[in-house]
Write a protein that binds this ligand. Structure first.
Ligand SMILES: C[S@@+](CC[C@H](N)C(=O)[O-])C[C@H]1O[C@@H](n2cnc3c(N)ncnc32)[C@H](O)[C@@H]1O
Length: 199
């Protein structure tokens, strides 16, 4: 791809994101896609010493998706759930072979009801949690942990100063990364894991 074609393609992806934000600010949650540093920091939390399915929630135009693939997650192992029909179409075109569910990531039970034994190696979420009430956020984190292998991470970025969902002692932990300041706005990656005693 020539330099000019790449710049035009990136510009059109940025415009797509901005338009989605203008139409649906609360579900889009940001005016621009996550930067490379934040996307890489999310991907680095995925265990690389094992193979198996990885799930991404709220992939948008695919910045974290690209980082996950670049970090070694096989395309055939990666599924994404995206609410926006426009973003879903864009993802299918940009990443042929990726499993794209167009739907509500807060309804994991419903989406995976035909695959009760499916347990992910990691779930990586860019959902704008802070635009939802605490009870919805907590339900999402707890449902995601149910869909993970024992000890596997639920990875979520947040622009807020506090954990988007607090840890529950003896049930699950929440560990923040350093602030990633090379992102607009700066963000941290929160990694949730079930307490081993709960397994
Ligand atoms: C902050 S953007 C993140 C996009 C991209 N992953 C990134 O990091 O740049 C949030 C994304 O989550 C999607 N989203 C919001 N609510 C959703 C839901 N309930 N289910 C699935 N996707 C959702 C939005 O459409 C948007 O693509």
């Amino acid at each position: 791809m020539s330099f000019k074609t790449r710049i035009l393609s990136e510009f059109s992806t940025d415009l797509r994101f901005l338009k989605q934000w203008a139409d649906n600010p609360l579900t889009t949650g940001a005016i621009a896609a996550s930067g490379v540093a934040l996307s890489r920091a999310m991907a680095e939390e995925v265990p690389s010493d094992q193979s198996g399915p990885v799930l991404e929630l709220g992939p948008g135009t695919g910045s974290v998706t690209s980082a996950l693939l670049a970090s070694g997650v096989a395309r055939s192992d990666l599924s994404v759930i995206e609410y926006s029909v426009d973003f879903s179409q864009h993802l299918r075109k940009t990443f042929p072979g990726l499993t794209v569910y167009t739907g509500d990531a807060y309804a994991l039970e419903e989406i995976f009801k035909e695959q009760p034994d499916l347990k992910f190696r990691a779930i990586v979420s860019s959902l704008p949690l802070l635009t939802r009430p605490l009870k919805d956020r907590t339900a999402l984190v707890e449902s995601a942990l149910e869909h993970l292998r024992p000890g596997a991470p639920f990875i979520q970025f947040s622009y807020g100063p506090q954990a988007p969902v607090k840890a529950r002692r003896g049930i699950y932990s929440a560990s923040p990364s350093k602030w990633i300041i090379r992102n607009v706005p700066p963000a941290r990656v929160w990694t949730y894991r079930s307490d081993p005693k709960m397994g």
